[in-house]
Design a protein around this ligand. Sequence first.
Ligand code: SAM
Ligand code: SF4
Length: 461
Amino acid sequence: MTETTASPALTHHADTVLRTLHIVTWGCQMNAYDSLRMADVLRPIGYREVATDDADMVIFNTCHIRERAADKLFSALGRLRAVKEARGGRMMIAVAGCVAQAEGAEILRRAPYVDLVVGSQAYHKLPELIAAVEAKRASVIDTDFPAEQKFDFLPEAQSGQGAIANIAIQEGCDKFCTFCVVPYTRGAEQSRPTAAIIAEAKRLVAHGAREIALLGQNVNAWHGEGLDGRDWSLARLLDALAEIPEIGRLRYTTSHPRDMGADLIAAYRHNEKLMPFLHLPVQSGSDTILAAMNRRHTAAQFRRIIDDLRSARPDIAFSSDFIIGFPGETDADFAATMALVRETGFALAYSFTYSRRPGTPAADAAAQIAPEVAHARLLELQEVLREQQHAFNRAQVGRRFEVLFTGPGRHPGQTAGRSPYLQPVVVADAGVAPGTIMPVTITAANPNSLMGTIKQEQIAA
Ligand code: SAM
Ligand code: SF4
């Protein structure tokens, strides 16, 4: 839907050539990637990014996955309204991302000083939407899911992202878990063409990337025509990317257990650039709840995938997502989740109480769980998950593995990087160039980071 509504508050300047842009990003890595692409789309028409919201254009790139996302947006909009007024109205405010897609005109009703509401499939149209706002002196909404693919229309990424870079290769979801808004806010599953992915990887490498993370709401559902004309799966794409010599490390996120094909598991045996760390959301350890969630796999199937991955790559570690207090969750269901967590052992996890999302099937389920019950269960789960994370970090002390250095540490004289398991690693040597991959001996573990040492002759080399 593209529509306009009168916006008397709008007095955006049309005559300035160079304009400042501030993008506030909430939510997943896909949103962070989309924000980079929005900046790429706007740079040719004169927008340069600044760090403060006292800017000619402010974009909120929003997340709708849990309830408080919309509240967070409206309170941030309220604060920005004062900044816009202090600038005599000379600010364009845009709302992008999943809240824009889901709420559309409701955003303009509650915050009429917003100039532009742009859904996640329309970022390539930003220049024309901005021109429409300026020409009509009215607010504009574009939340279309166009027939053409967003991937085909976004310009090539212009900027580098540093030593660790993300590439969106898949978007949308056809799986319709009963709790989730993504199929409604991001549309149907789309895979980005192989050649475009490889070209973007080469550009990022030319800008200093050594680690590439492939992104998608269901990244392991990616498939497409390969460079050899055959149908490729994610495993084959990862093999092709591994052939780019400058790429030292590969990752992908977020995967669905149902799409962990045998070839992707096997890739952990032969693809040495594939990092031994996988984010694989399970949500619950109870088959009853998994069925009610429409996850279409059982707890036993999840355990088998974990076992197969561990056989393929014995040093692999896992992170996961959990939803606690899903409608109908009994003490026994929750106990099944706790059992799965204790048995599997996670290096990292994201856990939340179930958030009722209007329009999703589970929102209407009769057996909603009392918030205090869900909260108590969540605390119990998080205690175990936290202990597992700390134990995992402590187990790294004394190990020696390669760290990808990304830049200075928080304190003078330090350089920071990432372990194969994505843990931040800090060394007391200032001379390591970003992009260097070098063995580090881990000397100490904090709850969220590791300390290590490198030999001086390695730095000289
Ligand atoms: N596609 C991925 C998968 O199926 O595993 C997950 C993508 S989703 C954007 C990220 C996480 O948000 C989910 O794994 C789930 O744990 C959480 N989430 C989604 N909807 C939720 C809801 N209504 N309440 C609480 N957590 C939710
Ligand atoms: Fe949401 Fe399920 Fe799709 Fe993941 S697979 S994005 S949780 S609907």
